[in-house]
Design a protein around this ligand. Structure first.
Ligand code: SF4
Length: 540
């Protein structure tokens, strides 16, 4: 099916697609001048992207014992994954496009094929293998190498350096799973258990529900089964008790009637019930089961995607899923590393895997442009310790009430750890502390009306951040024109994130942190190749 492949070991084919263009390919490439132009780039440069070194790395994912050999050359399937990411196709759609779309056939070197050159199953397995071997990171690194070394952009002749100046930023990504409340979480997990048991034991689901003591699942939805007035708090409280009782009955039935082999596939759903129970329910003073007040920090919100979490873009804007972080090279305009974290995790956690991936490329982080969320990351300490520069916008210094003195009106001496107010009162401080000025001094102060609206008998307070020294440096930077120009460099990463968002959309394609990281790295690799393509087109 695939025209060009050669044996590199006794059992594995290497992809060796043709370099020269046929008359039909020339015609297709001419047509690819305006829309979906990267197809032309893939066709013209696939042999450079998939050189022998990269193909060897892809082949290393397969054991040399003969077991688990790929049905296709790994580079060929890697090209399919790139095309899939480029057009945003599902696995099934990718299979169809390889038969009906000449652009796909041209890139895959199978023009004229009447049957799909790969199966959906082969594509899924290959993607899982890429994830298991961290080969998505190698793919991204390959594109970074191509951008930085100017392999494809002859005229560029960059002076390649290992010193790296990057900007890091993140964006929200809605999870692929359905977000559910406690009753639906328990009901969804219980229904999944019943369906699986029915399949494994060849019994009717309704029969299992009756025997296991969970008649609620005989209704089309758990809330239809409860059939209560949801505006009545008493009925609502009763409903959670009924659900908990019946779900526990199902768990006991599984423990008593199913052997290990059958219950093993049920494990993720049983664990989900235990997790929802522990996080969302509690026993009240009178011994009844009730919904817990407040939200557990790591609360599970979906049965389909166990890792997605509630997160916040701001105090008022909430989202459910993940945060995608990228680091963009400020000199070579490539995305050098990516990370994905659950939405509830602080921004600073995303910087750590990014720094690890940068180290893996043997690059040295000498300048880091970040927003405030990353300031407390250990990566910032590492960059400072190595003599590098970190640039971030400082926190705003707004007064509690308009017209009152801000923190900037106070003199903060970090070396002697003394703070002096506009009236000359001095207090000692420790970083991370909130300073209370002497209430007596403040009470008698002629500047009081411009300083505080605290109640009588109380003085002005000022909070000193743990990283106050850094904040001071960032503030100084913002006060000068060259400093502000430096801070604006971070907009490059914002543009790159906007392109990622346009390519991938707001909602995750996959479930879980790791698969979504694969998707992000693939999108970043495609974006890097588009960058090379742009340079080539404008140089021509
Ligand atoms: S009110 Fe207190 S803190 Fe403010 S200027 Fe007067 S003495 Fe200083």
């Amino acid at each position: 099916m695939i025209c060009c492949a050669r044996k590199v070991t006794t059992d594995m084919d290497r992809w060796t697609p043709r370099v020269g263009l046929s008359a039909q390919e020339k015609m297709l490439i001419k047509r690819l001048a305006r829309v979906r132009t990267l197809f032309a780039f893939f066709r013209l440069h696939r042999h450079e992207l998939f050189d022998d070194g990269f193909q060897e790395q892809l082949e290393s994912m397969y054991r040399t014992t003969g077991a688990g050999l790929p049905p296709h050359a790994p580079a060929f399937l890697c090209m399919v994954l790139l095309l899939q990411g480029y057009v945003g196709a599902s696995d099934a759609e990718a299979v169809e496009l390889s038969v009906v779309d000449l652009r796909w056939q041209m890139c895959l070197d199978c023009i004229g094929a009447e049957a799909a050159p790969f199966s959906q199953g082969a594509l899924q397995l290959f993607r899982e293998r890429m994830v298991a071997h961290d080969m998505d990171r190698i793919l991204l690194e390959r594109t970074v190498t191509l951008v930085r070394s100017g392999v494809m952009t002859e005229g560029e002749k960059h002076a390649v350096t290992k010193a790296l100046r990057v900007a890091v930023d993140s964006r929200p990504l809605a999870g692929a799973g359905r977000v559910e409340d406690t009753i639906n979480l328990l009901g969804h997990a219980a229904r999944s258990i019943v369906k699986l048991v029915s399949k494994l034991t060849d019994r009717e689901p309704d029969d299992i529900c009756r025997k296991a003591g969970i008649p609620l699942l005989l209704a089309p939805s758990i809330k239809a089964g409860l059939d209560i007035d949801w505006s009545d708090p008493k009925q609502k409280a009763m409903a959670i008790e009924v659900v908990e009782r019946q779900v526990s009955s199902l768990q006991r039935w599984v423990d008593r009637h199913l052997d290990e082999a059958i219950s093993e596939p049920l494990r993720p759903y049983i664990d989900a019930i235990t997790q929802a129970h522990d996080q969302d329910l509690e026993v009240s003073k009178n011994g009844a089961i009730q919904i817990r007040q407040g939200v557990a920090p790591e609360r599970r919100i979906s049965i389909q995607d166990a890792e997605m979490r509630h997160g916040r873009k701001s105090k008022s804007k909430r989202f459910d899923g993940y945060k995608e972080h990228i680091a963009r090279d400020l000199d070579f305009h490539a995305i050098v590393a990516c990370a994905v974290t659950p939405a509830n995790r602080p921004e600073e956690e995303g910087a750590v895997p990014i720094a690890d991936d940068i180290r893996h490329q043997k690059l040295r982080l000498v300048e880091l442009h970040i927003d405030r969320g990353y300031v407390n990351s250990p990566v910032v300490d590492e960059v400072f310790a190595a003599g590098g520069t970190v640039l971030a916008k400082p926190w705003g210094q707004r007064a509690q009430h308009p017209g009152l003195f801000t923190k900037l009106d106070f003199k903060i001496d970090l070396r002697s750890q003394l703070i002096t107010c506009p009236a000359g009162e001095v207090e000692q401080f420790e970083p991370g502390e909130t300073i209370n000025f002497d209430p007596e001094a403040c009470g008698a102060c002629p500047l009081r009306s411009k300083c505080t609206q605290a109640a009588s008998g109380k003085g002005r307070t000022v909070s000193i951040a743990v990283d106050e020294d850094r904040q001071k440096k960032f503030r100084k930077l913002q006060e000068t024109k060259p400093g502000r120009a430096l801070l604006r460099k971070r907009t490059y990463v914002e543009h790159a994130l906007a392109h990622i968002a346009a390519r991938k959309g707001y909602r995750a394609r996959y479930v879980g942190v790791r698969r979504n990281l694969f998707d992000l790295r693939r999108a970043a690799a495609i974006q890097n190749l588009e960058g090379i393509h742009f340079i080539l087109r404008h140089a021509a």
